[in-house]
Design a protein around this ligand. Structure first.
Ligand code: PMP
Length: 399
């Protein structure tokens, strides 16, 4: 008998399990609003035109060599411009320690390991709720977790005063994970004014902000606008960390391409920090995959292709915004007595509907609609063909 005989099956991933159940359902009516991946109005996955063009160019000049430990510096440089700003003095002054990461997940994990190695007694404050994998990531990096208030169930918006209290009550110099935009799963972001207050309070308390930016461009359609939270912290002189991902905004989900960066005091410190980030990456995966990085650097390195990409990001964001309006209008037309204003107030890929786990179970059993039991609807899974069906089902189970 094998030594792993007593190993228990791992719990099912709450998000990926939804897709499994969806695929196993033979119903022609079935709808998947579980996983956060963009779909077009025919419910099909999308490969962007800018990505197709980049692929054509890359195919003519194939190169399968290893990247350096820190990944493609050309990709990293373009990626930093998106987060810190095209004309950022921090980029010019080489004050940012940055490495290519295995998408956003890999950037978060590398940062968590970095935190554990050099601040072994620190903890991380994570919003309640958050993307479930944040808990797994910091757990496996062995960093103790605390939560901070974020969502307000009654208003289905931000619980700003409780959030500010938690920031004030945390020990000075605490680590906080912040969603830069399009908060997952709630679709609720602080306003610009609220970000200023948060940044100010971080300054007072000497907290460290780690921004997870998995949806840059998906909130407003404009990557620059979606980086506002980060820009406010930069203006206020914070030294921050950022996780960036091209999964959603370039549709490069399976390519696993992203970036981890840490803003340092000067170039010397940045070189040191980068060397330690590479040192953490080396025994885990040696160096990151080359292909996705080439796609990104090809697009962002060419002004025409970049323009095309920006247009395509906006098309994706606008389609989702349009579906919010349609879903809300459909529910109101059906005479639902509940308020559905939050559907159009919330932004990004998700709507935190406020439906209970029991209501979600009914949606699945009676209507073949698949989503996570926390009531999160992936707006990207909605289209003009299924929005009416979905609205009717939601109306039935919330009556
Ligand atoms: N952070 C958040 C908040 C996310 O929603 C996601 C994707 N679901 C990620 C990070 C990471 O995604 P990826 O590793 O595919 O870039």
């Amino acid at each position: 008998s094998s030594w792993w005989q007593s190993v228990e099956p791992a719990p099912k991933d709450p998000i990926l399990g939804v897709t499994e159940a969806f695929l196993a359902d033979p119903s022609p009516d079935k709808v998947n609003v579980g996983v956060g991946a963009y779909r077009d109005d025919n419910g099909k996955p999308v490969v962007l035109q800018s990505v197709r063009e980049a692929e054509r160019r890359i195919a003519g000049n194939l190169n399968m060599e290893y990247l350096p430990m820190g990944g493609s510096m050309k990709m990293v440089e373009e990626t930093l411009k998106l987060a810190y700003g095209e004309q950022s003095e921090f980029i010019k002054d080489k004050r940012i320690a940055a490495v290519q990461s295995l998408s956003g997940t890999g950037a978060c994990r590398l940062f968590a390991d970095f935190q554990k190695r050099f601040r072994p007694d620190s903890q991380i404050y994570i919003p309640d709720p958050t993307w479930a994998n944040h808990h797994n990531i910091w757990r496996d990096a062995q960093v103790p977790q605390r939560t901070y208030h974020y969502y307000h169930p009654e208003s289905k918006g931000l619980d700003f005063s409780a959030l500010m209290d938690d920031i004030k009550n945390a020990p000075n110099g605490s680590f906080f994970l912040l969603h830069a935009c399009a908060h997952n799963p709630t679709g609720v972001d602080p306003s610009e004014e609220q970000w200023r207050e948060i940044s100010h309070q971080f300054k007072v308390k000497g907290h460290f902000a780690f921004f997870d930016m998995a949806y840059q461009g998906f909130a407003s359609g404009d990557p620059d606008r979606d980086a506002k939270s980060i820009r406010i912290f930069l203006q206020d002189g914070h030294h921050i960390g950022i996780s960036q991902s091209y999964a959603k905004n370039m549709g490069l989900y399976g390519q696993r391409v992203g970036c981890l960066s840490v803003l340092c005091e000067d170039e010397k410190q940045a070189v040191t920090v980068k060397s330690q980030l590479q040192q953490l990456a080396r025994p885990m995966y040696s160096n990151p995959p080359v292909h996705g990085a080439l796609v990104v650097s090809t697009i962002l390195g060419d002004p025409e292709l970049k323009k095309l990409w920006l247009k395509e990001v906006k098309v994706m964001a606008d389609r989702i915004i349009g579906m919010r309006t349609m879903l809300r209008e459909n529910l109101e037309k059906l005479g639902s007595p509940l308020s559905w204003k939050h559907i159009t107030d919330q932004i990004g890929m998700f709507c935190y509907s406020g439906m209970t786990p029991e209501q979600v179970d009914r949606l699945t059993k009676e209507f073949h609609i698949y989503m996570t039991r926390n009531g999160r609807i992936s707006m990207a899974g909605i289209n003009t063909s299924n929005v009416g069906y979905l609205a009717n089902a939601i109306n039935e189970v919330t009556k």
